[in-house]
Design a protein around this ligand. Sequence first.
Ligand SMILES: Nc1ncnc2c1ncn2[C@@H]1O[C@H](COP(=O)(O)OP(=O)(O)OP(=O)(O)O)[C@@H](O)[C@H]1O
Length: 270
Amino acid sequence: MSDPNDDVVIRVRGLVNQFGEHRVHDGLDLDIRRGEIVGIVGGSGTGKSVLMRSILGLRTFDEGQIEVLGVDVRDAPFRERQLMKKSTGVLFQDGALFSSLTVGENVEVPIKEHYPKLAHNIVYELALLKVKLAGLPADAISKLPSELSGGMRKRAGIARALALDPPIVFLDEPTAGLDPIGAADFDNLVKTLQSALGLTVFLITHDLDTLYTICDRVAVLADKKVLVNAPIHEVEQFDHPWIQEYFHGPRARAAQQQQARIGDASAKAV
Ligand SMILES: Nc1ncnc2c1ncn2[C@@H]1O[C@H](COP(=O)(O)OP(=O)(O)OP(=O)(O)O)[C@@H](O)[C@H]1O
């Protein structure tokens, strides 16, 4: 199915997900290209998390085909699927850190799982590197998640998602529960990681500021499909009631104005 020369790193075709009588996805297609931050939006219950879990191989979908980095997430041999797993880092909505482990130990979990023979001091150094990459102070490595603020816990989650240097990361509502300054800081971190590491980012969000500030494309889930997957200014023009309400309501206008102010400030700074 995939052309090795194209730059699509996640390819979803004809995806169907159904729970009993309830069909959540019905023939959903989606392409995500290397190095892009793609915001996944849609009303509550439109199946954003189910889509993410399907791509990650955490849910057995009912029909369709999904490839990540050219590997069929369902039908490829076990070894290839394991390699694919190493190539994807995930930050779940609640952070999903082990509460009884320190931040460093949390980051070490995937490293130890995939490289069980690595010397302890090297595992520690790698974990420290990821903690710093996520913008945490070095001493956060020995803290328990409960000793950190919400924003710092999200950063610890990012450090763990980056533990194995994956080229693709999945973020589920990363700015939910953060105050506006914390959310903007987190957006900056994601953007910086994208440019520094060339990361591809699959980003589920309801946060309009995030969509306007850092997303290269926005994919809208509605009517059991991806309605549109395009730069935000094209998405805004798409003729669909949910899109019109979402992108032209008062919250969207505030986000657009904020984005225009940022644009003006950077133009003046040049
Ligand atoms: N394990 C499950 N069993 C039954 N129904 C499920 C299951 N997982 C998800 N669903 C249903 O699938 C639909 C999509 O759920 P999903 O969590 O993907 O939505 P979402 O778009 O991420 O929503 P939100 O924005 O509210 O987080 C919902 O109606 C949900 O109830």
